[in-house]
Design a protein around this ligand. Structure first.
Ligand code: APR
Ligand code: PHB
Length: 390
């Protein structure tokens, strides 16, 4: 087989890239190790920056997003038992975010790819990017017991943090930056009405909490937990009691509880690989970086990587210029690090760290008071939360 670009991974990064390349007449094949149902079974965050919404519009996959997505012009910070609204809209000259599950984004992109008749190879084992140091790269994989090879011009590694693409780069050719946080998030999805119309980020002496949603009838809640805890340690009742204890009185009274339809614990880490271009192999999305979910940047950072990479490939094929692919890594990493900083800052400000560090607790409260009292600080949080320009 032959195509212009082989995309490894059928998550949001790979799917969005595939549609953008297709829109500009660039042939691509996605090779994915899991099947469609497995991918759609993953529960992930659900806050979309306008840049991602614009790209979904660009590839014609935004109809349901506009119909079902919830436009949010603000968030709330709850600390010291007081809720403070951050008016994102006012602080950013009218920008907002859209609340719409990542699973729905993935589904909509899968449907668009299917409608376009593009090739996705699911259940591909032993996917291996090869010869990407030269100008004739290829990708091999095993399916139904047979080994297949796809010759191509470029390989896009959109295979996530645990994928093969980054691991295929020689150790000396890549530098990794990482910070692992000493806590996790226990998340619950429930078919209950959200406790508040906007998201509430909570800093509480017992630990962080987040009240989010997927729709007016489906809520998503998180509480910070220890890394040695297991999801089986948390009955639904125990979760709801703990969440209530971290909320203000009004929210605790209004909280509608119900059976969890999904419950899981996720560790938090910051991670960046440098560079993210290796000859004819490019990394994008979680394959290149990980952010703690506190800033809602994971999916949105994947979208900006894909924006830069699709532009670069279009310049190569349409304008016959290598400038875009030569600058992809530098350009994408500049925005990646800004989102890493914001996600680290939100995480550092809102979570309970060591018990023996009262100084940090005071600094966190000072930071939060500064954010809600200073117009400049509110604007800084807001412009990062709605998404810095591409
Ligand atoms: N071969 C083929 N496919 C692979 C391989 C492999 N060796 N390893 C992983 N994959 C597939 C996974 O099965 C998955 O479908 O690559 C895809 C990667 O998707 P994601 O992990 O969702 O990463 P990405 O598309 O970059 O999306 C980033 O997802 O994890 C969240 O918080 C993250 O919101 C962010 C978004
Ligand atoms: C979510 O809805 O899952 C969500 C929202 C905002 C975050 C993290 C997760 O910062």
């Amino acid at each position: 087989m032959r195509t212009q670009v082989v995309i490894i991974g059928s998550g949001p990064s790979g799917l969005l890239l595939g549609q953008l390349l297709h829109k500009h007449g660039i042939d691509n094949i996605i090779v994915e190790r899991k099947d469609r149902d497995y991918i759609l079974g993953r529960i992930r965050a659900g806050v979309l920056e306008q840049g991602l919404v614009a790209q979904m519009d660009e590839v014609g996959a935004a109809a349901r997003l506009h119909k079902e997505g919830l436009i949010h012009g603000g968030i709330e910070l709850l600390f010291g038992d007081v809720r403070h609204r951050i008016d994102l809209n006012a602080a950013t000259g009218g920008k907002n975010v859209t609340v719409y599950g990542q699973t729905e984004v993935t589904y909509d992109l899968m449907e668009a790819r299917l409608a376009a008749g593009l090739v996705t190879v699911y259940d591909a084992d032993q996917v291996t990017p090869l010869d990407f140091a030269g100008d004739k790269p290829r990708v091999t994989y095993v399916k139904d017991g047979a080994t297949h090879a796809i010759d191509c011009d470029f390989i896009a590694g959109c295979d996530g943090f645990h994928g093969i693409s980054r691991r295929s780069v020689s150790a000396g050719g890549i530098q990794e930056f990482e910070r692992v946080y000493p806590f996790g998030w226990l998340g619950v999805l429930s078919d209950t009405p959200p406790v508040s119309p906007e998201l509430i980020y909570v800093r509480n002496e017992r630990g962080f909490a987040l009240c989010s949603m997927r729709s007016h009838t489906r809520s998503r809640y998180y509480v910070q937990c220890r890394l040695d805890e297991h999801v089986d340690d948390w009955s639904d009742d125990k979760f709801w009691d703990e969440l209530r204890r971290r909320l203000d009185e009004e929210a605790a009274d209004k909280l509608v509880t119900g059976p969890s339809i999904e419950k899981s614990i996720a560790p938090l880490r910051s991670f960046v690989a440098e560079p993210i271009r290796f000859g004819r192999l490019f990394l994008a999305g979680d394959a290149a970086h990980i952010v703690p979910p506190t800033g809602a940047k994971g999916l949105n950072l994947a979208a900006s990587d894909v924006h830069y990479l699709s532009q670069a490939l279009r310049e190569f094929y349409v304008e016959k210029s290598p400038a875009g692919i030569d600058h992809y890594s530098t350009k994408a990493l500049a925005r990646i690090w800004k989102a890493e900083r914001f996600s680290w800052w939100m995480t550092s400000m809102l979570h309970r760290f060591s018990d023996t560090d009262p100084f940090t607790a005071r600094i966190q409260l000072a930071e939060l008071n500064y954010v809600v009292e200073s117009k400049a600080a509110t604007a800084s949080l807001s412009e990062n939360y709605v998404g810095l320009p591409y």
